[in-house]
Design a protein around this ligand. Sequence first.
Ligand code: GRF
Length: 198
Amino acid sequence: MSQPVSAVNIVVLASGYGSNLQAIIDAINSNRLSAKLTAVVSDQKNAFALERAQRENVPAIYVNAGKKPDRKEFDRILQEALNGLKFELIILAGFMRILSAEFVERYHGCIMNIHPSLLPRHKGTNTHERVLRDGDDFHGATVHFVTPELDAGPIILQKRFRVAVDDTVMRLEEKVHECEHQIYPQAIQMFAEGLISI
Ligand code: GRF
């Protein structure tokens, strides 16, 4: 008989709307994902992701790093916020800051990110624009482990779709979001089940 999977404690870092956070919350609440959301942390005071956390009675933490902190200074403040929280996995879900190599190495194998392209194609920003500009046949989303090199960590899951002739940036964004909302909870579940590691 198979053993029940014990829930993985996760902290979600998000800067904005938080639709991926919501997909994770929904997957937990419908028992599709064995995870416990310990906290949501944001670098943006008005991120809707923080409100989504509050609705679930999950601690919503705004990391106030002042006007223009450098990467190390920001990570020091982020680290302070994380100290005392219980988690085995950090989930980047639309978190718009690049973490320092020291921070990433401290949590080696314990940070996941979702990226709006079929990595290694289109690292960085403006992925939908670049897909249209380059006339790509396919587009999609990637969940990967985070390593110090940006958008280059080991790939866990991808979901793709064929680009239609009348697709626009906005339509591609919607389609990519649909992919993301499916594969992010799945990837976290794989981690919870001990099926993946760096
Ligand atoms: C997603 O497309 C993700 O791939 C990118 O930022 C977006 C965040 O969307 N890193 P949301 O805040 O989860 O709605």
